[in-house]
Design a protein around this ligand. Structure first.
Ligand SMILES: [Zn+2]
Length: 330
């Protein structure tokens, strides 16, 4: 073989070899893609799991700390489908029940706060003479889960802003936070479930929170645990029983929900039913669910995220940034 041939051979072999390697690597990557083993991150996944600066440090929406003085305002509302009749004995006793369940929920949340060394006082309407008690009527359908998904409750915001002096309530009760509990006299067994507007990833332009509470749903009358569960949402607690279908629940996944079913079965954000006697039922004179570190973290009672937060790549609690910002300012 002549030297010239050797050169020509090298000229051919090197590019061919490189091409073969490139092609094989490409085809391996391509098949991994096709098998779904590797994939490109979506635009949402590319964006960090932490919240944008503007929300971190300015308006934290509902996530003012669940500390200090919290005021619950009870609004008994008629809407296009359901109404209250306080001349009717049944509705009078339903309202009495709601006052009592609200008290049980508030007392229970305060007990939980003590366990985490937080000072918390909750004021609420104990009867219809309270200045934290209101009645109103909306033309539209109040119980619409779409409100929770779109984080918008225009008729209710408009009503509160025009008919209730929220500032006067805040100054009288020295409230750090105000939560409106809107009770609807829904009577259908399979009607809309209770829900809250939870603003953990978006600025809330209103200085108060709202929960929508049907009197009857899922075959049962509302209970203290349901009221407590919804109030906790407004301070940042995510649901632990359903994955994040609508980008409103900290990126919880099916795997995480599965983990919660095994590890947080009795957590109040996983279940509002009583299981203490081996049967699943509602209880009305107490709350038998637990409030554990995962909820404590998302409502700002502990700063360190429990290991499961990063293990399941959940969005971190906005309270982390709130505490950090407070420290920076001190
Ligand atoms: Zn919930």
């Amino acid at each position: 073989m002549y030297k010239g041939d050797e050169k020509i051979k090298n000229k051919i072999i090197i590019p061919v070899g490189v091409s073969v390697i490139v092609l094989s690597v490409t085809s391996v990557i391509l098949s991994l893609f096709l098998m779904g083993i590797i994939r490109l991150p979506t635009a949402e996944e590319k964006s960090s799991k932490v919240l944008p600066d503007i929300i971190k440090l300015t308006d934290l929406g509902s996530a003012t700390e669940l500390e200090g003085n919290v005021t619950l305002v009870s609004v008994f509302a008629n809407d296009s489908r359901y109404s209250w009749d306080f001349n009717d004995e049944n509705d009078i006793s339903a309202r009495e029940n709601i006052f009592s369940y609200t008290k049980t929920a508030a007392d229970w949340i305060c007990e939980q706060a003590q366990r985490y060394n937080k000072t918390l006082n909750i004021s609420y309407a104990e009867d219809s003479k309270s200045d934290l008690y209101y009645e109103t009527a909306f033309d539209e359908k109040c119980l619409d889960i779409e409100k929770s998904i779109s984080k918008s409750a225009l008729p209710e915001w408009k009503y509160i802003d025009s008919k209730i002096d929220n500032n006067a309530i805040k100054s009288k009760y020295k409230s750090d936070s105000v939560v409106y509990l809107i009770f609807i006299n829904q009577k259908e067994e399979y009607g809309t479930v209770a829900f809250a507007l939870s603003f953990y990833d978006r600025v809330l332009d209103y200085p108060y929170e709202i929960c929508f509470l049907p009197y009857f749903f899922a075959e049962n009358v509302i209970s203290p645990s349901v009221i407590a569960h919804e109030i906790l949402h407004t301070f940042g607690a995510p649901d632990l029983y359903g994955y994040d279908e609508y980008k409103m629940n900290y990126d919880t996944t099916v795997e995480y929900v599965d983990y919660c079913r095994k590890n947080h079965y009795n957590e109040i954000m996983h279940s509002t039913f009583d299981i203490s006697e081996g049967v699943i039922k509602r209880v009305y004179d107490r709350i038998t669910n637990d409030l554990t570190d995962i909820t404590a973290y998302y409502i700002g009672w502990i700063d360190e995220p429990p290991a499961e937060v990063d293990e399941f790549a959940l969005v971190h609690s906005q309270h982390e940034y709130y505490s950090r910002h407070k420290q920076d300012k001190d």
